[in-house]
Design a protein around this ligand. Sequence first.
Ligand SMILES: *Cc1c(COP(=O)(O)O)cnc(C)c1O
Length: 388
Amino acid sequence: MQNQPFYRETWAEINLDAIKQNINAYKNHVPSGVSIMAVVKANGYGHGAVATAETAIQAGASYLAVAILDEALALREEGITAPILVLGWVPPIHAKLAAEQDITLTVFQLEWLEQAEAILSGLSLAIHLKLDTGMGRLGIKEEKEAKLIVEWLRNKPLVNVEGLYTHFATADEPDNSFIEVQRNRFEEMASYLESEGIEPTWIHLGNSAGAIRIPERIGNMIRVGISMYGLSPSQEMKSVQPFNLYPAFSLHSQLVHVKQMKEGEPISYGSTYHTTEGEWIGTVPIGYADGWIRKLRDGYVLVNGEQAPIVGRICMDQFMVRLPHPTTIGTHVTLIGQQGSEEITIDDIAERLETINYEIPCMIGPRVPRIFRDDGEKKGVMNTILKK
Ligand SMILES: *Cc1c(COP(=O)(O)O)cnc(C)c1O
């Protein structure tokens, strides 16, 4: 795990225990024999890819998944040796690099295989074939495409079809019917491939929501992303998931300036807010460049267990809050998380921004260091702007 220094008063805390608990909850939910692929793309959904990958493997995940080759290479650079699947399309000219680094690629095009073979120069490459059963994004869609790929794969011992998978489009919605359509298409194609001698080790259909919904019918591996971080894939899933999830991410800062105002004094760009007589204003050093975007201006933060509303426009690196009481410089500010009986959840922020919870930790940028806690103790820090 990284342990980089940082020198600002704003940070995110990542509770690695929560990640372990969430993985355990999934392990108990799916039949024994179903393995877990921990999805750590997008810097572990903003939680830090290296620390979350290490924690997931420690908690019993068998495989890691990322979106792009660079993310897989970054994990290898940090010494992570677990198998890694790239879920996105990787340019075939990089197949050799993937093979050298023991990185598994997602494949669904005949041309891709032809181009990759030409540069593999004798190295063996592990691939997972992807089927498009209704997501309309990536994958083999028609049996005739599958046929050409099957024929090409014959007598190609260097290309190891280690997995077969698909992705559900509506797993987080209450209606099951399209999941069943996609499952049936998958089954059909999988039996055809099997009849042609393609019998991969790993079959995986479900993301977090799919694994909640039909744990016994989504192959022998589940791809768990959002829920591993303790967030429900949707509001609908919250009510049907038969176990608790524990959010791993919280966001913190400190008051760096506090002052008492006179009647009618302006605050921030555009002077859109004017104080009342005697009001206390605090300055919080995080802004839209950190991902605390201007649209959050109608929100609030927690100070000494109480709500402190954001006042005036959010700036690039700072914003102001109205404090309910005189408060000292250095006082802890919670932007996401709990203080006493008050809590601001990622779901609250997502609702305020009219988006999904997935987007929130992803948008808290690299300028905000991540502090990792395990058993309550500080275990490391990721500060991508300072490195070492
Ligand atoms: C991101 C992703 C996942 C993880 O989905 P969650 O809803 O976060 O569990 C699974 N599979 C694929 C193909 C993905 O791109």
